[in-house]
Every structure is written in structure tokens, then in C-alpha cells.
Design a protein around this ligand. Structure first.
Ligand code: MTE
Length: 322
């Protein structure tokens, strides 16, 4: 990701003073309130502003992390979504014009059933699950997020990939009139990403439509984005409009932009440093009272999901294939 010198950091990215010593934060830090106060359905944040639509019929996934999730405010105001600008506050501040509905996704390439499908056709046949996952950005910050989504495999199988499908490629929408970051050439648009077919079909790989039980806000990739929890966050492409089954490895935005810094695999690996910084530790994003005491924590191999995913990479040199 781009590195900006301190004078480039906008005042809007600095946590406003009112967020310090916020009463709710004080209580949360002291353990008096949890982010997930509801007993059934999706985890509910106590700080979701009005205007967010709740998703119905969300089932809790038994294997969710037990770590307390980040707050709704943290998850929706500290973002990477270059289509809205390169600053962490830009996606929340610059996405007001973005219209996530109606939405169509094209599914093409090595499939027996190519076509263009409405959001509802893609999503409605499936049960929504809430999964609390770690998110580790390649920039060495992390969060814990209660996503709502569907295993990507369940959706992909409905569109019958052929035996030639070795990879799955994803593409983000291009709408410069609604996405001010796309009016600059900071990256080549559209943002593109890809997974091997085994990674795409892995039961942890989630097609996400919500967070904290409500529809995904624009800044988090409305109306649907990927979440691959054992990989650096840039693999989890937002606002997807095309899913293509391919025989050849597809290009990916950050490895096109800086091939020596960002690889195709991008598995979280504390032993393989980024050329410009260490990946051994991470800063868990926090705000308010708890941020005053936040210490860096060790980064876990495959972001803590090694038991589930290490077998995907048996025999692969993880230093060369970073
Ligand atoms: N997808 C698109 N289309 N554009 C982006 O700039 N940023 C990526 C990823 N998906 C990005 C994207 C990066 S670097 C990260 S860390 C995650 O989104 C951040 O997701 P979040 O903002 O919901 O935490």
C-alpha cells in the first residue's frame, strides 16, 4: 500500500477527541458491555447509527472467534477502499453517492452456466451466516469483524465450473461518477483479484453481504465483497461485479502495481516480511479508552487459520510464493 509521510495524514484520519474517554468505550474496556448483546441471530453492535437495514434470518456460525469484535464505528470508519480515496477515512466520507442497488454480477469463463445475475438471485437461495473472523491488513493493522455472508463455494457450485477452471477471478465495479478515487490513476481500475479454485472453494472463504447483522455499508464493499480470512486484506475484494472461472492465473491489482511487494498468494505469514516493514506483529485497531493501552500483538501464521488451510499449500515454497 502507499506510504504517506506524517504531513500527508489528514486531520480527518486522526481520532476525534470526543472519541476518547467516551463512556460506552470506558464500559466496554472494563468488560461491562460486550459488542454482541443479543442472544439469537446476528451479533448486534450497540452503536449502529439509524438507517442501516438489518438482515433477516442470520444464523450464527459455531466456529466464530471468541475475541471481542471491533466496534461498528471502527469497522466502518477505518477502511481501505481506494476507489473512494487512499485515506482511511475517505471510504466513509466519500461514498455517499454510491448506489449499491440494483446490482448485477456477471459469472463467466470456464462455467457451464455463464450469465448475469441479480443480487437476489445470487444470495437469496442461501442461509446467511454470521462469522466472526480476524482481518489482517498487509499494512500490519488488524481487526475482528462479525461478517454476515455465505460460503463462496455454495454460490460457485450453482454455476457449474468446468474441469478447466483452475482459478477464480473477481472484479470490482467501475463508477468514477460515484467513486471519486477512480478519477485518479492511483491504481489501474477495475480493482481485480483472484484465488485458486481450491482457495475459492475452501469452507472459510466467505461472500460477504453484511456486518454486525446489517447490510454492508458502502465503505466496506456494498453490496457484496469477499472475505478470505487467512490472507492479507487486499485479497478480499469489494463491490464485486464479475466472477470468472479461469484456466490461467488471473492478474491481481496490487501485484500489478508493485510485484516485488504484493504476491498472488498473500497468505498472512509473520516469517515473510514486506520489503518495507516487518510482518511479525500487528496493531489491533482500537479507539477510545482501550486505544490508550493498546500493545502490538504477534501475527499468527495464516492469520490463526493454519489448522484449516495449511494443507492447501503443502509443498509450496511460501517465501517464493508470497
Ligand atoms: N477492494 C477494492 N475494490 N478496493 C480496495 O482498495 N482494499 C483492500 C480490501 N478490498 C480494497 C478492496 C484492503 S487493502 C483491505 S485491508 C480490505 O479491503 C479492507 O476492508 P475493510 O475496509 O472492510 O476493513
Amino acid at each position: 500500500m502507499l506510504i504517506r509521510r506524517p504531513p500527508d495524514i489528514r486531520s480527518s484520519e486522526i481520532t476525534p477527541e470526543r472519541h476518547y474517554f467516551n463512556r460506552r468505550e470506558l464500559l466496554r474496556s472494563a468488560g461491562f458491555i460486550g459488542a454482541g448483546a443479543l442472544l439469537s441471530g446476528a451479533t448486534a453492535a450497540d452503536d449502529i447509527p439509524a438507517g442501516h437495514r438489518r438482515l433477516a434470518g442470520v444464523q450464527r456460525w459455531p466456529a466464530s472467534l471468541k475475541d471481542p469484535p471491533n466496534t461498528f464505528e471502527e469497522i466502518t470508519t477505518y477502511n481501505n477502499f481506494y476507489e473512494f480515496g487512499a485515506g482511511k477515512a475517505d471510504p466513509a466520507e466519500e461514498s455517499g453517492r454510491f448506489r449499491p442497488k440494483p446490482w448485477k454480477v456477471t459469472i463467466d469463463g470456464e462455467t457451464e452456466a455463464p450469465g448475469s445475475h441479480d443480487y437476489d438471485t445470487l444470495i437469496k437461495p442461501h442461509t446467511l451466516e454470521e462469522r466472526i473472523y480476524r482481518l489482517r491488513c498487509v499494512e500490519a493493522w488488524s481487526m475482528v469483524v462479525p461478517w454476515v455472508g455465505i460460503p463462496l463455494a455454495a454460490v460457485l457450485k450453482r454455476y457449474k465450473p468446468t474441469s478447466k477452471a483452475k482459478y477464480v477471478a473477481f472484479e470490482t465495479i467501475v463508477r468514477p461518477e460515484e467513486m471519486p478515487g477512480q478519477r485518479s490513476r492511483v491504481l489501474d481500475w477495475p480493482y481485480v483479484e483472484g484465488l485458486t479454485i481450491a482457495e475459492a472453494m475452501h469452507p472459510l472463504t466467505l461472500l460477504v453481504v453484511g456486518v454486525y447483522g446489517v447490510e454492508l455499508p458502502a465503505q466496506n464493499g456494498a453490496p457484496l465483497r469477499l472475505m478470505v480470512p487467512w490472507k492479507y486484506g487486499f485479497k478480499s475484494i469489494k463491490s464485486i461485479v464479475r466472477i470468472s472461472f479461469t484456466e490461467k492465473r488471473p492478474p491481481t491489482t496490487w501485484s500489478l502495481s508493485a510485484p516485488n511487494e504484493y504476491g498472488f498468494y498473500a497468505n498472512v505469514n509473520p516469517e515473510v516480511d514486506h520489503p518495507r516493514w516487518s510482518q511479525a506483529t500487528e496493531r489491533r485497531v482500537s479507539s477510545g479508552f482501550s486505544s490508550l493501552f493498546a500493545a502490538r500483538q504477534d501475527t499468527l501464521m495464516f492469520n490463526g487459520y493454519a489448522d484449516q488451510v495449511a494443507s492447501l499449500y503443502t509443498g509450496l515454497d511460501l517465501v517464493k510464493n508470497f
